[in-house]
Design a protein around this ligand. Structure first.
Ligand SMILES: Nc1ncnc2c1ncn2[C@@H]1O[C@H](COP(=O)(O)OP(=O)(O)O)[C@@H](O)[C@H]1O
Ligand SMILES: [Mg+2]
Length: 340
């Protein structure tokens, strides 16, 4: 049986005055899938969600959610979806239970069912005992869990989660990941989430769209995306004095030892190579010939960070802090792939 398409997006575009926040984005999400938008701050993730959940009108393009057009059937779209926003939207002066109740009534959940549903969902996110406490006394993680429970109350076909674990501690993040995976397993719900955490995308998503500056750069399963690189990634850290890292990198490329390099930070380079075992000894030879001292060599199979670096020349994980710096110092050389 063909997989059912529950989200279909065609050339979705949103322009604000000066910038194109979302630029001709097209993709499909199938029933029961966890589909993720992975990209740095400002990539256009929230803007895409806002259009899909009918909070914002697109400048161009169209999308269908559960078969309903976001342009022509917004109320049917809204009935089909649950949403957990990036910024908290619960009422802090109400209890967890009251927040759930108001949402249930607003969505027309029959009153006779509402009580049981709230109890069941608060249990699902392990907040049963806290239902009668005002939300202002909750931790950030508890609020997120309450919002997930609330988003599920009207039994939506599709759940939208915008940065579900933003700013949470590692333990709480792991818990929220468990709820999301459990939801997929037990209810077969379709989930669309955004994140700028690669580990989150990798752990949760069946398929990922990598988004940057409003454009989708690649779509695929985590494995498929990493196979785009397909080779080994070797990180080389050199001593900072004397010969700059870039000189070493250029010599290595010139000698045909690596396919591509990126400068990860001032003195750390990453190389995409055919075979790390053969490459590493040669790096030391080249370094010796240039009188460069290598402090550290690491190699791994490609990660999603390497995929992002390969596609954009920037690291995803450094975006938070000094991304401008990263862009400025970005030096990237690509050589024609012989075998790709
Ligand atoms: N209401 C708005 N008016 C003007 N610019 C906006 C507005 N909302 C978002 N933007 C801009 O659009 C781009 C994408 O933002 P956003 O969708 O929030 O990205 P993300 O969620 O990936 O961090 C950013 O450059 C942001 O500054
Ligand atoms: Mg956002």
């Amino acid at each position: 049986m063909a997989r059912r398409e529950v989200i279909v997006v065609e050339n979705l575009t949103k322009k604000f005055e000066k910038i194109v926040a979302v630029n001709k984005v097209s993709f499909k999400v199938f029933k029961g899938e966890i589909f993720g938008f992975l990209g740095p701050n400002g990539a256009g993730k929230t803007t895409t969600i806002n259009m899909l959940i009918t909070l914002m009108k697109p400048t161009a393009g169209e999308a269908w959610i559960n078969g309903y057009s976001i342009l022509r059937e917004p109320s049917m779209v809204r009935k089909s979806i649950g949403v957990v926003f990036q910024d908290s939207t619960v009422d802090r002066y109400l209890t967890g239970w009251e927040n759930m109740w108001i949402h249930g009534v607003a969505y027309g959940v029959p009153r006779r069912e509402l009580k049981n549903k709230i109890t069941r969902l608060l249990r699902f996110v392990e907040l049963e005992e806290y239902g009668n406490i005002q939300v202002k006394n909750y931790s950030g993680g508890m609020i997120r869990r309450l919002e997930i429970a609330r988003g599920l109350l009207h039994e939506p076909e599709i759940l939208f989660l915008d940065e579900p674990t933003l700013g949470l501690d590692p333990q709480t993040r792991a818990k929220i990941w468990d709820y999301i995976l459990d939801l997929k397993k037990k209810s077969g719900m379709t989930i669309f989430l955004t994140t700028h955490y690669m580990d989150e995308a990798e752990k949760l998503c069946d398929r990922i769209a990598i988004i940057d500056h409003g454009r989708i750069l690649a779509i695929g399963s985590p494995e498929e995306l990493k196979n785009v690189i397909g080779r080994d990634v070797v990180y080389v850290k050199v001593k900072e004095d004397a010969v700059p890292a870039k000189v070493l990198a250029e010599k290595i490329i010139e000698d045909g030892l690596a396919l591509e390099f990126n400068i990860v930070s001032g003195n750390t380079l990453s190389f995409i190579v055919e075979d790390a075992y053969r490459f590493i000894p040669k790096v030391f030879d080249v370094a010796n010939s240039l009188k460069t001292i290598i402090l550290e060599v690491k190699y791994s199979k490609p990660t999603l960070n390497d995929v992002f670096l390969h596609l954009t020349g920037r690291e995803l994980r450094r975006e938070e802090g000094d991304w401008k710096d990263t862009v400025r110092t970005r030096i990237r050389m690509r050589f024609r792939r012989r075998t790709l």
